[in-house]
Design a protein around this ligand. Structure first.
Ligand code: GRG
Length: 306
């Protein structure tokens, strides 16, 4: 167990499995506290929010947030509202992404998608409510001398807004069935996926009142690890089964979506993911060994199979 954080990021013999399972448990407990009870009126929407939030996601964004806090000498407790806020935004984006008007998917996180269980209307509202909930949770953070509440809220809104997450989704929708250049695909991936992962890392640093130099290093790390995450997601879509992924495999090919494997091939995609991960390691140099959880997470994300 670590001297500084419950999740043990500073422990000498760092074990990623324990870090991830402790992180998932503490994030699940915190989300349960932050969210309205499933029985709160109107129960349908609260049940639907909780259904997707507790459906068994990997909790990678909260893990990155807590690991970044630890790298900067912060605590899980201070970072927790921000880790939970990012997970709510991520879950909202999945609920909406699965809707018939978007990717039209039946399975997510190994379970039926939200609209398949609750109907489209409630799924739209549950997604909206999760997005809104994220800001209510984030507003409960302590606020720090270098990063007051205003900056924290702005950070989240920017990552989730029409220049980042939504921009990526719009570009993704508009690219379906069209020939897309590698540069445009990177534009999509940077926004659709990297922006929120990078935001999770930055918010972790902010919760430790990190220095501007630390924030710059975390941004560099988050950007590259986030981009690698989506390249790997593209690879897994063509190499894994639906059972392994917990969501429909082969969906990108079916929808004639531009992906790294479809544009540059599987082997080159693997090289690109490894190169991006190498860049994310380089970004952590200023932490001089204090970012072991972030390093271990980047390596884990490169090798993940779901
Ligand atoms: C506003 C109607 C409306 C929709 C917005 C913004 C948006 C929909 C969707 C975001 C696009 C999206 C779903 C990007 C994919 C990012 C990605 C790789 C998700 C999977 O993340 P994991 O593997 O999932 O971390 P788990 O389930 O483990 O949390």
């Amino acid at each position: 167990m670590s001297r500084r954080t419950k999740t043990g990021a500073h422990a000498r013999g760092f074990v990623l499995e324990s870090f991830l399972s402790e992180c998932s448990e503490s994030v699940n407990r915190a989300l349960d506290r932050f969210l309205p009870k499933a029985t709160a009126k109107p129960a349908t929407v609260h049940k639907a929010m909780r259904y997707s939030l507790f459906a068994g996601g990997k909790r990678m964004r909260p893990a990155l947030c807590l690991a970044a806090a630890s790298a900067c000498g912060g605590t899980d407790q201070a970072a927790m509202p921000l880790a939970c806020a990012v997970e709510c935004i991520h879950t909202y984006s999945l609920v909406h992404d699965d809707l018939p008007a978007m990717d039209n998917d039946d399975y997510r996180r190994g379970k039926l998608t939200n609209h398949k269980v609750f109907g489209e209307g409630i799924a739209v509202l549950a997604g909206d409510a999760l997005l809104t909930q994220a800001f209510e949770i984030a507003a409960q953070c302590r606020g720090w001398p270098r990063y007051p509440h205003q900056q924290i809220i702005r950070e989240l809104a920017y990552a989730a807004g029409s220049l980042q997450l939504i921009a990526g989704q719009v570009a993704d929708l508009e690219a379906e069935g069209r020939k897309v250049s590698a540069a445009h695909l990177r534009y999509i991936h940077e926004r659709k996926t990297s922006a929120l992962l990078c935001c999770a890392v930055r918010l972790g640093g902010m919760s430790a009142n990190c220095t501007p130099r630390e924030l710059e290093a975390l941004t560099d790390f988050g950007f590259h690890v986030g981009l690698a995450f989506q390249v790997i997601d593209d690879i897994l879509d063509v190499t894994q089964t639906t059972e392994q992924l917990g969501k429909t495999a082969g969906k990108d090919t079916q929808a004639h979506k531009a992906t790294y494997p479809s544009i540059v091939g599987l082997e080159r995609s693997r090289q690109i993911a490894a190169e991006l991960t190498r860049k994310s390691f380089m970004a952590l140099k200023p932490f001089q060994g204090k970012a072991r959880a972030l390093e271990a997470l980047a390596e884990f994300l490169l090798k993940r199979d779901r």
